[in-house]
Design a protein around this ligand. Sequence first.
Ligand code: CA2
Length: 144
Amino acid sequence: MKTVHIVNGPNLNLLGMRQPEIYGRDTLEDVRIACEQLGQLLGLKVELFQSNHEGVIIDQIHAARHSAAGIIINPGAFTHTSIAIHDALNTFDGPVIEVHISNIHKRESFRHHSYVSLRADGVIAGLGVEGYQLAVRRLASLLS
Ligand code: CA2
């Protein structure tokens, strides 16, 4: 069975606990369970990670080079700042889907640019946490 890694960046550990008007009421644990269950239906093993630290996220991307067929990534605010995460994703050979819970293009202008989009095969933004499940579906078809 192919494995997919879902990598989450800073502050996403607080999902469902603060700012529900922007990010909704589901927690990251809810996202993990929903994506694992969907993955089972689609024949994918799904593993979810979260870190508040840029270097740890880069290590998680490097680990995915050996253990994952595809990556779903919500880099949080590092989306808009991190050339290092962009470079790490360029070392990964499989498909990459970028997910944002909010519509970054409807928000402050500093959120409109993404270094990750330069590498991503697809981008989902503004569809709430449902975007993670849509990304799992897309990876399942890309990897089939
Ligand atoms: O919309 C997204 O998914 C973002 O990646 C979320 C980032 C933000 O910096 C990006 O511009 C867009 C922020 C994540 C903060 O997560 C929280 C979740 C719940 C409560 C507080 C923060």
